[in-house]
Ligand binder design. Structure first.
Ligand SMILES: [Zn+2]
Length: 395
């Protein structure tokens, strides 16, 4: 069930009930929290962006800690490969909406917490209304574009932000509080070209987001209670292999595009090549056997566009396919991204191909928006092709 944050939460000043005193006894024993701090947590509203590897442990600890209202933004469904690190979900949740399953699990952990599932894709058009009811944002998204969107929205709307990122065995975390230090864009001014792959491609130690997500929950609680020294102007770096924490200091940049003295960003922006899941759902698809039959029948009217990276393409591809990597399409548009334009025969149907079907779906969705021509996607990608048509294909 979807709910909206209400004003029905007890005020921060209201006394704790006997049950709350029992549940939060170990917090009440801490002079830094005590009954007043616990009541403050109960009145707090935290939004977690992404119910993935980072969002799951962060949400578990924030719900357990008694943060009164917790929202979770995630439009994805639980996949089997998530279970290695996304500890809110069980095998029975596969195929279900993450935001809804996460809320159900957290409600079982702490029925005193109001949980709000936002099963939406966060974008420039909805970030303002999504963030508005919340006091603090925890960013656990695994997409670089979302990280900039969240950062910029927090700066523009004056929301404290606790962010973290993970890669293989390493992670980093930092916090932002309006007016009190640098933002994520001060650290990384622009989205780098050839952006880091998400962990669906790169691999990540399952317990790593557990460490970073727990750090995010710690930071969120400290900021809500105004205790301790948050990660402002400091980036905490964790290396699981050498088992070392390190930190480096960063200063606010006066020329930062969003928090600087003369900002050029006045509204949240979608990253280059952004397309919604709904646009991707509308892409027409071909199953491997259908593509094989179409190629046998009318190969002259089909153009195969392989959107994987050049080194993946070099390992093996379908005969006649040309390589136009997705990042180039996202940055430059399809027409400009082609080394040898295939526009001469405008009646050609373009079939987009990648390894598992995710990147080609994005490419198709982007192209359907601009070009009026027919585009198709190989469903399941070359992995499905190898399964159904040609087991000898090298990937
Ligand atoms: Zn900044």
């Amino acid at each position: 069930m979807l709910a909206t944050p209400s004003d029905a939460q007890p005020a921060a000043s209201a006394a704790l009930s006997a049950a709350e005193r029992q549940r939060y006894a170990r917090h009440l024993s801490l002079a830094e929290i005590g009954e007043a701090g616990q009541a403050r947590l109960r009145a707090a509203r935290v939004l977690i962006v992404g119910a993935g590897g980072l969002g799951c442990p962060a949400a578990l600890y924030l719900a357990a800690a008694g943060v009164g209202t917790i929202g979770l933004v995630d439009f994805d469904r639980v996949e089997e490969s998530n279970l290695q690190r996304q500890v809110l979900f069980t095998s029975e949740d596969i195929g279900e909406l993450k935001a809804e399953r996460a809320c159900a699990r957290l409600a079982a952990l702490n029925p005193g917490v109001q949980l709000i599932a936002h099963a939406i894709e966060l974008c420039a058009a909805n970030v303002r209304e999504t963030f508005a009811p919340y006091d603090l944002i925890v960013d656990g998204s695994d997409r670089i574009g979302t990280r900039y969107l969240v950062n910029d929205a927090c700066v523009l709307y004056g929301k404290p932000l606790v962010s973290a990122a993970i890669h293989r065995f390493e992670g980093q975390a930092m916090s932002y509080v309006p007016g009190r230090g640098p933002c994520y864009r001060c650290l990384f001014p622009e989205i780098a070209e050839g952006t880091l792959p998400s962990c669906s491609q790169a691999g990540v130690l399952g317990v790593l987001p557990g460490v970073l997500g727990s750090l995010q929950a710690t930071e969120a609680i400290k900021l809500l209670l105004d205790i301790g020294a948050p990660l402002l102007g400091r980036v905490l770096v964790y290396d699981g292999l050498s088992m070392r924490f390190d930190e480096f200091r960063i200063a606010r940049r006066a020329e930062c595009a969003v928090c600087g003295d003369h900002p050029s960003i006045h509204a949240p922006q979608d990253p280059p090549g952004f397309c919604t899941v709904e646009e991707q759902r509308r892409v027409p698809r071909l199953l491997p056997r259908e593509l094989a039959a179409a190629l046998a029948r009318e190969s002259g009217s089909l153009r195969l566009i392989d959107v994987r990276e050049p080194e993946e393409f070099a390992r093996g591809h379908l005969p006649g396919a040309i390589n136009v990597p997705l990042p180039r399409i996202e940055q430059q548009g399809f027409a400009a991204a082609q080394a040898a334009p295939c526009d001469e025969v405008a009646r050609e149907r373009l079939v987009f191909i990648c390894r598992s079907g995710a990147r080609s779906l994005r490419a198709c969705a982007l192209l359907r928006r601009s070009a009026g021509r027919e585009v198709l996607q190989l469903e399941g990608g070359l992995l499905a092709w190898r399964e159904a048509v040609d087991p000898t294909l090298a990937l």
